[in-house]
Design a protein around this ligand. Structure first.
Ligand SMILES: [Zn+2]
Length: 339
């Protein structure tokens, strides 16, 4: 396996390396841990190692026909299934039984050109109950020359019977240095200039998740932060006329509303941390420390915690299709009650 391609995740790499070297590979792995920390990437690398024509099955060369086909996802013995939305307006993506059955059929045959078939089920927790029960049969009677890799960010949504039939490998948030390397490589590949301040800020905001570190909306959202600090600082029943226009403006930005509320969450988090320890090094918005310190002096810890909780409730309500303006207004009223 090209271990050098996988950044961070030392423990999962160690476990997989040991299994590949000893040849004692289970029928099914369950890679679990928060989103966007390299689970699917690692699964693909395992698939490459098991089928590499020059270094397999303990490592991969990234150069042979097999490695190249797996990298391009065109290898006939690599199967990846992922949840899909049934229509563009559907709220949730689901892995349906038809997809699982189709995969089960393919797994009945011997490898077509490689040594081991590799079936990756991404976001396995999105299998509906029928699909999960059907897949359980494959786990109970594993097909020959096949490695199944289930990937899940929420272990508790999977059937316990599915979990118990896989060898679990836990993935952790990526360490800061790995995230910084990924950001630098990404910015360079896009031809963008790599400013150390931007890399630092992106890595702090990512919480160890690649997708957050590389988000393209960074500048747009950064501009929101000072307005959000002002909003939290101003909010009170006496000044509703000054804060209510904000709800009207933001409720129209339907695509950004969750990002704005995530930003508000980070600001409240930072403020609470500064309130507890003004010298804390855990602040995400380090460039706004001065403003955050000022805000922390204006609000009590219980008020800030109550606001934090209210933002989470608002996020869920809007996700569940609540009227955005009404939900944001309710949020500000709760802020006033907390303040
Ligand atoms: Zn190879």
């Amino acid at each position: 396996m090209s271990f050098e391609n996988i950044l961070g995740q030392d423990r999962p790499k160690q476990t997989l390396n040991k299994a590949l070297r000893s040849g004692r590979i289970p029928n099914a792995y369950l890679f679990h841990g928060q989103k966007s920390v390299g689970k699917k990437f690692t699964a693909i690398e395992v698939g490459k190692a098991l089928n590499c024509k020059t270094l397999g099955p303990v490592n991969s060369c990234d150069k042979c026909a097999s490695c190249i086909k797996i990298e391009k996802r065109i290898h006939p013995d690599l199967f990846i299934i992922e949840p899909k939305k049934s229509s563009p307006t559907s709220r949730e993506a689901i892995l349906k039984i038809d997809e699982v059955r189709e995969l089960q059929k393919k797994l009945l045959y011997l490898p077509y050109e490689g040594k081991t078939k590799v079936a990756i089920i991404n976001n396995a927790e999105c299998m509906n109950p029928q699909a999960a029960n059907s897949f359980l049969k494959t786990l109970e009677e594993p097909p020959s020359k096949t490695l199944i890799i289930l990937i899940a960010s929420n272990l508790y949504q999977l059937l316990p019977t599915v979990v118990s039939r896989c060898q679990g490998i836990r993935f952790h948030p990526l360490p800061t240095q790995a995230i910084k390397t990924i950001i630098r490589n990404h910015l360079e590949s896009e031809g963008s200039e790599t400013q150390p301040e931007e890399i630092e800020l992106r890595s702090r905001r990512s919480m160890g998740q690649v997708v957050c570190a590389l988000g393209t909306d960074l500048l747009e959202i950064l501009n929101e932060r000072e307005e959000l600090i002002r909003l939290v600082s101003l909010v009170s029943f006496k000044r509703m006329d000054q804060v209510f226009p904000w709800t009207k403006a933001k409720s129209k930005q339907t695509e950004h509303i969750q990002l704005i509320l995530d930003e508000l969450t980070r600001i409240l988090r930072d403020t609470v941390l500064i309130k507890i320890d003004p010298e804390t090094s855990a602040v995400i918005n380090t460039d706004l420390t001065k403003q955050l310190k000022k805000l922390s002096l204006q609000k009590s810890t219980p008020a800030l915690l109550k606001m934090f909780e209210t933002v989470q409730v608002t996020k869920v309500a809007i996700k569940l299709n609540a009227n955005s303006q009404l939900a944001l207004e309710n949020m500000l009223i709760s802020f006033c009650e907390a303040a």
